[in-house]
Design a protein around this ligand. Structure first.
Ligand SMILES: Nc1ncnc2c1ncn2[C@@H]1O[C@H](COP(=O)(O)OP(=O)(O)O)[C@@H](O)[C@H]1O
Ligand SMILES: [Mg+2]
Length: 238
């Protein structure tokens, strides 16, 4: 079991979108995912409601500083990955969620304001290590990256992160209409109509690469039932 928290004190950094991509890809691989929706805009909960049942995913809404530890302990036996979607704010929930995480992922768009929101999370991680001896893994994921051009703002942010030796995922999340539309359509990227959503294949590929990289950073053993299903699929495909 592992807890991954998405944090950036700035709203609009791409947290909720990245949460949904990671959760749906992990679930597709057979992992049981519980999303803890602490975002006051409840985008994940709305997506879940319009989606109907999504295999291997459950969503808990109205997560607070007080309720978070309880959600984790109550659901740990039926969850492989907990994914926490935080509000874009600097508040006690941020510190609580970070303190309970195995890994903190900081989505940053290539702009200075986002980078500042990310820096506040990095400061908090440093504070926890200095004052409480709690050392939590973290990385930055660049979001809403233009697939065709590298902007000057993105280059500046990359250079800044590099200078401070902040780990950055190899996979950036590209700006794709599919990643917006999924919140309107519900379900996953694999239930969308490729004739109506531009570059759907590329969006799926991007989400898969993001998930693969995260699984390498925060590995969890597949549950026995999913391993059996996987073995069965491999047998029948052979
Ligand atoms: N990779 C992406 N491609 C297209 N649109 C995106 C992408 N990431 C975020 N967005 C859009 O940007 C806005 C803010 O993203 P969101 O994930 O809600 O950020 P946060 O949770 O950090 O506030 C939303 O309208 C969302 O649809
Ligand atoms: Mg959000």
């Amino acid at each position: 079991m592992a807890v991954i928290t998405f944090a950036n004190t700035k709203g609009g950094a791409g947290k909720t979108t990245a949460v949904l991509l990671l959760a749906t890809e992990l679930a597709r691989k057979g992992y049981r995912v519980t999303i803890l929706d602490a975002d006051p805009q409840h985008w994940i909960t709305r997506w879940y409601e319009i989606s109907g049942a999504v295999e291997n995913i459950s969503v808990i809404n109205f997560v607070t500083t007080a309720s978070l530890p309880q959600h984790l302990s109550e659901n740990r036996h039926c969850t492989d990955y907990f994914i926490v979607d935080l509000p874009g704010a600097r508040n006690p929930l941020l510190a609580t969620a970070i303190g309970l995480s195995d890994h903190v992922l900081i989505p940053i768009q290539g702009c200075a304001m986002d980078a500042r929101g990310g820096a506040q999370v990095l400061e908090l991680l440093q504070y926890l290590e200095d004052k409480a001896g709690i050392r939590i893994g973290y990385s930055v994921v660049l979001t809403r990256v233009n697939s065709l051009v590298t902007t000057r703002a993105l280059q500046t942010v990359k250079a800044l992160l590099n200078e401070r030796q902040v780990p950055v995922l190899d996979t950036a999340i590209i700006e794709r209409s599919a990643f917006r539309d999924i919140f309107d359509c519900g379900g996953t990227l694999y239930g969308m109509d490729a004739n109506r959503v531009s570059n759907l294949g590329k969006a799926q590929e991007n989400a898969r690469a993001f998930c693969e990289e995260m699984m390498g950073i925060v590995p969890v053993r597949l549950p026995a039932s999913a391993r059996n299903d996987l073995a069965e699929n491999i047998r029948s495909a052979a």
